[in-house]
Design a protein around this ligand. Structure first.
Ligand code: KG4
Length: 336
């Protein structure tokens, strides 16, 4: 089954062709980063307009890369939630048009389910059930993946996502946008104990997290140093920040996988590229005898291959949509 998949939930327009869920025939991503860098963050209106310009050509390229004709396609899958609503709408409307004109089924895919499915592309032997730590610019969640299409939240952030925290701190440091990767690079070789940054606990909800306090404490520390004319030890600061984020995520992910008893932990989303988090998870899983699944770096960030993969399993479960499919800025992962 050949699925044309479309992703446009934030600032990447992406199109891919995926066969039977696990074989990526093509995957194209058109990044808008340059466009938004000047503003230090994604401008939703610009993102939507750039998706409109890119999506059709990108779908053609994905088809050509796959060596297929339109007649070889069996379905169209699309991210329909969550995301910047104007941006998601562009992908949804394009997918509707494609499905209608080609007479194909339309498969709606939850963006975070897609991120989780990125692991199936990297690890052909991975099957549910497992626990997945999903960490991106908009999401920080620990998900119970009971089957390919039955999932629920075990814990998550009460405020900012971990990626958003990386991005805001990096913006104030002036080291680039999006800030996660430059912060990660800066942290290499830095003393991660030099700066004490807070790791929040949510009383009564041990798997929940909070990153707004870490963000505020980090920004205060930077501004304080600037006001006093002191030089921050930037590598040490970035390393201390990375440690604080990892110390929030890793113990909770480990506790969740221990409680569910699956023996398998997967990681998903852009922040899953972080070297400190990867190293800490690798060490914790080795010690606890848990098998760890990390997606390839190219499937950590937003892409459409992961949507084509999850789309296949949604289709197998009978989850298709009519042409009245709507887009949603937020949507519980358990709803699909
Ligand atoms: O999954 P993604 O591409 O988009 C969303 O769905 O949000 O994730 C983007 C996020 C950004 O916040 C970016 O700064 C972060 O992933 N990120 C990283 C790293 N690479 C990307 N965060 C920490 N360390 C990295 N190496």
């Amino acid at each position: 089954m050949n699925i044309l998949a479309i992703e446009s939930s934030c600032d990447d327009t992406a199109a891919a062709v995926v066969r039977d869920g696990r074989t990526v025939l093509s995957s194209r991503v058109s990044s808008q980063i340059e466009m938004h860098t000047v503003y230090g963050g994604v401008v939703p209106e610009i993102a939507s307009r750039k998706h409109v310009e890119a999506v059709s050509g990108l779908a053609d390229l994905a088809l050509a890369d796959a060596g297929l004709a339109k007649a070889d396609l069996d379905a169209v899958a699309v991210t329909y939630a969550p995301g910047l609503i104007g941006a998601v709408l562009v992908g949804v409307n394009f997918a509707k048009g494609a499905a209608r004109s080609l007479g194909l089924p339309l498969i709606p895919v939850h963006h975070v389910r897609g991120h989780i499915a990125a692991n199936y592309l990297t690890h052909p032997d991975l099957e549910p059930p497992f626990v997945c730590l999903c960490v991106s610019g908009g999401t920080t969640a620990i998900v119970d993946v009971r089957s390919y299409t039955e999932m629920s939240m075990l814990g998550g952030t009460r405020d900012d996502a971990a990626g958003e925290c990386f991005d805001k701190v990096a913006r104030v440091l002036g080291i680039g946008y999006p800030g996660g990767a430059p912060m990660d690079q800066l942290a290499q070789g830095g003393d991660d104990r030099k700066y004490e940054l807070p790791v929040a606990h949510v009383a009564g909800a041990e798997l929940d997290m909070s990153f707004s306090g870490l963000k505020t404490a980090s920004l205060n520390l930077i501004h304080n140093a600037q006001q006093k004319g002191e030089d921050l030890d930037l590598p040490a600061f970035a390393a201390s920040f990375g440690r604080a984020v990892s110390d929030s995520l890793v113990p909770r992910a480990m506790e969740a996988v221990r409680a569910r008893g699956y023996g398998r932990l997967a990681v998903a989303g852009g922040v899953a590229a972080n070297s400190r988090i990867r190293a800490d998870l690798t060490a914790a899983c080795a010690q606890a005898g848990i098998r760890l699944f990390l997606p390839e770096l190219k499937y950590c960030g937003d892409n459409a291959a992961m949507i084509g993969c999850q789309g296949y399993y949604e289709w197998k479960a009978g989850h298709t949509a009519g042409l009245d499919l709507n887009a949603y800025a937020t949507r519980d992962i358990s709803l699909g």
